[in-house]
Design a protein around this ligand. Structure first.
Ligand code: ZN
Length: 244
């Protein structure tokens, strides 16, 4: 089975569609798993929820999804995120709100646990460091864990309770899934933050037991134009072209 791993779409329909076209061209997948933050920051929240619902049955909630539906407070958001969140909330239909409100915080799918931030704190924690990764090992019982939230594609690999590697994943990086425990982040589709502005996603192949990362170019200018039309914060518009 081939499964596309999507994260942090962030209401960027153009990037989302470019990723789906890339997947199609690589020979299709059997399932889509989404690691949350479908909305927030970008100009197309309703359209992204509609498209995701059509193709994806496995999705968890991210902090931006929960904030847009009023389930968590935006007091801990930075001012730009809070401003974009207010605008996002106004774009959602009652059906969108129902869909997002019913998303679980974590899920187990076979050998994987899915969590937006981290397995011990799926809403808020950013998994950047080895220490944080080790502290999370006891919070999931599957062999592997998939996270999003940092918008940075990377993998932590462990031997017992030690991190033995933190590897940044570039385009076409392939990880072999063996006995080592792993925490994998497929990077973000709608707002990459690793210095590469291309959308980022992964494909898990359960037959040959690999996870492969892919980067996809999309029409960034068209998205920026729509964000300007909606008066979204300038910094959120300009960061798309640098991927930071
Ligand atoms: Zn995010």
């Amino acid at each position: 089975m081939r499964i596309a791993i999507l994260a942090d779409i962030h209401a960027n329909l153009t990037a989302f569609q470019a990723v789906l076209a890339d997947i199609e061209q690589r020979g299709k997948v059997d399932e889509f798993w989404c690691l949350g933050d479908v909305v927030g920051y970008g100009p197309d929240p309703h359209e992204c929820i509609t498209l995701l619902q059509k193709i994806c049955r496995v999705c968890i909630a991210g902090n931006h999804d929960l904030a847009a539906t009023g389930k968590i407070d935006t007091a801990d958001f930075n001012p730009r995120a809070a401003e974009s969140n207010q605008w996002t909330a106004q774009q959602l239909t009652p059906q969108d709100i129902r869909y997002v409100s019913n998303l679980p915080l974590t899920l187990e799918k076979g050998e994987f646990t899915l969590a937006h931030g981290s397995p011990r704190d799926p809403i808020w924690e950013y998994l950047f460091s080895e220490t944080e990764a080790i502290e999370n090992l006891e919070s999931f019982s599957t062999l592997y864990c998939l996270v999003g939230h940092t918008h940075q594609p990377q993998v932590f690999s462990f031997s017992r309770l030690k991190v033995i590697g933190v590897t940044k994943l570039a385009h076409e990086s392939e990880i072999l899934l063996a006995e080592k425990r792993l925490i994998i982040n497929p990077g973000g589709i709608g707002q990459p933050r690793d210095g590469d502005p291309r959308a980022s996603y992964g494909i898990y192949d359960s037959t040959i037991r690999t996870f492969t990362l892919y980067r996809v170019s999309y029409d960034i200018k068209a998205v920026q134009e729509r964000m300007r039309e909606h008066n979204l914060p300038t910094m959120l518009i300009s960061r798309l072209e640098v991927g930071r």
